[in-house]
Design a protein around this ligand. Structure first.
Ligand SMILES: CC(=O)SCCNC(=O)CCNC(=O)[C@H](O)C(C)(C)COP(=O)(O)OP(=O)(O)OC[C@H]1O[C@@H](n2cnc3c(N)ncnc32)[C@H](O)[C@@H]1OP(=O)(O)O
Length: 213
């Protein structure tokens, strides 16, 4: 049986734990940098501390770094996990996801129930595709991207590393969303969005520039 440890112990980490229950994958514990959470039990799964606390499990468990929605945090967790010599988990895909065998999905990524990913789609590492997301043909989704529930991406959309697509947003065909940008919930993106921008509304317009991490 696969055994996993999940970075994070909040709502999203708990949803991954549920996904793992559905897949028959055993979650050994959560990791959380906040010292006060160590030793707590979340949905019956222990919070183990940080990577230092699970050194003995290095060659036994796979790590999920996308246990939080924030792309920058995912990236930091992944950096430390790889530096410490732990293995990143193979993708987690809910049994009720539809996807073509011509799609590629990077390690540490996950796809939740009800998502449909049609043909020739490339998904990077540590990507979250949440429930009921529709991804159309030829999309390219970069590392650490988070796509919230109910998002619709039309054909040939490109989303660069570290972008966040808010709940229920839709993106028109061939649009490009730049690195680390955020799209507000419910938006309709009809033009390219530059990197490090927050865009929202129908149609989506850039509301503010975001700081580089
Ligand atoms: C299972 C789960 O729970 S998954 C999580 C799902 N949650 C989401 O997807 C959340 C999506 N988040 C949002 O939509 C947020 O509003 C964000 C992240 C895009 C922006 O948040 P903030 O940076 O705090 O934006 P802020 O409040 O400063 O707003 C800036 C401007 O954008 C507007 N704005 C923010 N979000 C939206 C939106 N979704 N639609 C339209 N306008 C918006 C604000 O009204 C404000 O406009 P103004 O300058 O004219 O007054």
């Amino acid at each position: 049986m696969r055994e996993l440890v999940i970075w994070g112990s909040g709502g999203h980490a708990r949803e991954i734990n549920w996904l793992c229950e559905e897949l028959g994958v055993r979650v050994i514990g959560f990791l959380d940098e906040r010292p006060e959470t160590k030793g707590q039990s979340v949905d019956g799964v222990p919070v183990l501390g940080t990577l230092t606390d699970i050194k003995a499990l290095k060659y036994e468990v796979e790590l999920i770094c996308a246990g939080v929605g924030d792309p920058a945090l995912k990236k930091r967790f992944a950096y430390h996990t790889i530096q410490s010599g732990f293995r990143i988990a193979a993708p987690l895909i809910h049994p009720r996801v539809r996807l073509s065998r011509r799609n590629t999905i990077g390690e540490g990524s996950m796809i939740f129930e009800g998502a449909v990913l049609s043909d020739n789609i490339k998904i990077g590492q540590h990507v979250i595709i949440n429930r009921s997301v529709n991804v159309s043909h030829d999309a390219v989704i970069g590392d650490y991207v988070t796509i919230a529930p109910g998002v619709n991406l039309a054909g040939n959309v490109t989303i660069d590393e570290g972008a966040y697509i808010g709940i229920g947003a839709s993106v028109r065909e061939k649009c490009h969303i730049g690195c680390c940008s955020m799209i507000g919930g419910g938006a309709f993106v009809k033009e390219d969005i530059p990197s490090f921008s927050m865009a929202a509304g129908i149609p989506a317009v850039v509301k503010k520039r975001l700081d580089m991490p």
